[in-house]
Design a binder for this molecule. Structure first.
Ligand code: ZN
Ligand code: ZN
Length: 187
């Protein structure tokens, strides 16, 4: 990824991070029971091609807490939903397993994980994760009760995870892991 630092006449500077020019695909009519969302700051073609056709893309590039606000809004709707982050690739078997698995909180690890035994440290990750409506109904304040210090997208997943665990829920890993391209390719 290329970055650009612009120096203004005043001497102050602006950092420009390119977002790419691609627009997200228009969501098709909902196909399954899971509402899919793709929070994004850039549209990566590989992710766009892999994402469920009925996924709603949410531009969260406006602020570091935009992802939190998006999730707060999704949570309020109370329906079963899944997240695919913009640097993760979806697969047909992922879509199917998220439809079928009765567990309330399901997720895929990433193929970029260093060692299998390190996976558990990322159990709160949201990059390819599905929550069922039954869980949301039990913990309706899982998002709204997160303190403002943890609204930043780096911290938010742990705030959600800790609130769900405090309510007695446990994550359910699915396999094989999802491909995590980490925005390393050009956009
Ligand atoms: Zn599951
Ligand atoms: Zn490791």
């Amino acid at each position: 990824m290329r970055f650009e630092v612009i120096t203004h006449e005043s001497g102050n500077q602006t950092v420009l991070v390119p977002r790419g020019t691609a627009e997200p695909p228009k969501p098709a009519k909902r196909k399954g029971t899971v509402a899919w969302y793709v929070p994004y700051t850039a549209v990566h073609p590989a992710t766009a091609e892999s994402a469920p056709r009925d996924a709603v893309w949410i531009d969260v590039s406006n602020s570091d807490i935009a992802y939190y606000v998006a999730l707060l809004d999704i949570w309020k709707r109370g329906e079963t939903f899944a997240l695919l982050e913009h640097d993760v690739l979806c697969r047909p078997d992922i879509i199917q397993e998220f439809e079928d698995c009765p567990e309330p909180w399901c997720l895929y690890g990433y193929d970029s994980m260093c060692h299998p035994q390190c996976q558990e440290a990322w159990r709160n990750q949201l990059g390819c994760t599905r929550f069922r409506s039954e869980l949301i109904a039990v913990v309706p304040d899982a998002l709204s009760s997160i303190p403002a210090d943890n609204w930043d997208w780096h911290e938010m997943c742990n705030g959600v995870g800790e609130n769900l665990r405090a309510a007695g829920f446990t994550h359910h890993w699915h396999h094989p892991p999802a491909e995590h391209h980490r925005e390393t390719h050009r956009i």
